[in-house]
Design a protein around this ligand. Structure first.
Ligand code: IMP
Length: 423
């Protein structure tokens, strides 16, 4: 299968990093095609743990090349920090890392604007990662963006940057926020430009050429489908399209070239940031799952909100992405619970409604319809065969498979690469 994609079917943090890292072993290219350093994934290599926000996960595999394609918004400071880590580990990034000139840049004023808007929203804040993602994408859409392409010509870059920064500083002043220092920002950007220039190459040709040569390509989705700019309970969204349509716009590969979509589903629900979460749990049960699962944001360190598995929304994610195969992650975290619940639908004012029928106000009011399952007490983290799992655990998995009408590729029961249950 030359072109595979891995996407999270919930609110992000489904554990995609481990799965991408596993699948990337056979990949010639791993591609990020949307989002920016609001994403975060941990790669475990021997006894070392690496945490990346922008660099595609498979970069440590010898033959794998990493592409940051055009749909990504790129903060030069963050990428250069990651490049330095990789260099320290002895990786030669020449001909291994490619950055599309079409990527829009996250510039210092975007980060300040993100923070200023969030602070101004007060108790109605969205809970963004404050990394400048929304402001950078909104500049892209309003033709005010500055791209990696613009870095190629420093003189015209400075003209564009000064123009935009002056306007942004006026906006920052209206928020009562200190404006950015344009000259010192430009001094830093000039240095960053020198670091990035050798890696600039468009993904369109690389990827289409790779497809014609039957190379293996892995598309690494960031965030989760419930955060998609169009299909989330907007405005509780991220600023990019997390659905697989984003691969076409964000990398230049035709949709028809994508052979399979692997959906990642955590065995329960979590989210960071504000916004409706129909199956949210509070109190000791949520705290216990959060602690056991180390459910704290990798990018921001924020405690994640916890809920029961919500198959109403996951079913929507499967449909919109044509998912035929899923990986279930973190099932081991649920060991020891007396009973488990799975949401199979939503009720609103006495009627069944679907995820797609709801705006953020409706989604905040829906009552989940639950199916209750007996739990299991055994530690399952050492189990590798489906038939060796406790009966209750198999029931839980079989129900998910049947309800969604998809195949379960495998089940992850631990952070290590081989901690997986074959189905
Ligand atoms: P932004 O993407 O920083 O603008 O944040 C918008 C919303 O998306 C917030 O609720 C964030 O917490 C959420 N978000 C963005 N990226 C991720 C992710 O990778 N995992 C989980 N939540 C995310």
């Amino acid at each position: 299968m030359p072109a595979n994609s891995v996407i999270g079917l919930q609110w992000g943090d489904e554990g995609k990093g481990k799965i991408v890292d596993l699948l990337a072993r056979n990949a010639d290219y791993v591609v990020r095609y949307h989002g920016g350093n609001n994403a975060g994934h941990t790669v475990v290599l021997g006894n070392k743990r690496f945490f990346f926000r922008l660099t595609p996960s498979g970069i440590f595999h010898k033959k794998t090349k990493a592409i940051i394609a055009n749909g990504v918004v790129l903060d030069p400071e963050v990428l250069i920090t990651e490049m330095d880590i990789l260099k320290k580990e002895g990786l030669n990034l020449k001909n291994k890392l490619f950055i599309s000139p079409r990527c829009h840049l996250i510039l210092p004023y975007h980060k300040e604007l993100d923070i200023a808007y969030e602070n101004a929203r007060g108790k109605n804040k969205l809970g963004t990662t404050r990394r400048g993602i929304g402001p950078a994408y909104s500049d892209k859409v309003s033709y005010n963006g500055i791209r990696v392409y613009d870095l190629l010509d420093w003189n015209s870059f400075t003209v564009l940057f000064r123009f935009q920064a002056k306007i942004k500083n006026k906006i920052l002043k209206t928020f009562g926020v200190k404006p950015i220092n344009i000259d010192s920002a430009l001094t830093l950007l000039k240095k960053q430009r020198t670091r990035l220039l050798p890696f600039i190459k468009d993904s369109f040709e690389i990827l289409n050429d790779a497809v014609s040569k039957k190379k293996n390509i892995l598309f690494e989705g960031a965030h989760g489908i419930m955060l998609d700019l169009d299909w989330s309970p907007y405005p509780f969204a991220t600023a990019s399209n997390t659905v697989i349509g984003g691969i076409n716009t964000g990398s230049g590969l035709p949709v028809k070239s994508i052979d399979s979509v692997i959906g990642i589903v955590k065995a329960f629900t979590s989210r960071v940031g504000e916004g409706p979460l129909p199956t949210e749990l509070h109190g000791r049960l949520a705290d216990a799952i959060r602690e056991r699962g180390a459910e704290y944001g990798t990018t921001t360190g924020r405690p994640r909100r916890i809920g029961w598995l919500d198959l109403e929304s996951v079913r929507f994610s499967c449909k919109i992405n044509n998912v035929a195969e899923i990986v279930i992650t973190k099932l081991d975290i649920l060991s020891g619970l007396l009973e488990l619940k799975i949401c199979t639908g939503y009720m609103l004012n006495g009627k069944f409604v679907h995820y797609a029928d709801c705006g953020y106000k409706e989604l905040a009011k829906v009552k989940p319809v639950y199916r209750t399952f007996p739990g299991w007490i055994e530690d399952i983290s050492e189990i590798r065969k489906f038939s060796s799992l406790p009966k209750e655990c198999r029931n839980y998995l079989n129900f998910i498979k049947k309800f969604l009408g998809v195949k379960i590729k495998f089940v992850s029961v631990g952070a290590e690469r081989n901690a997986n249950v074959k189905m």
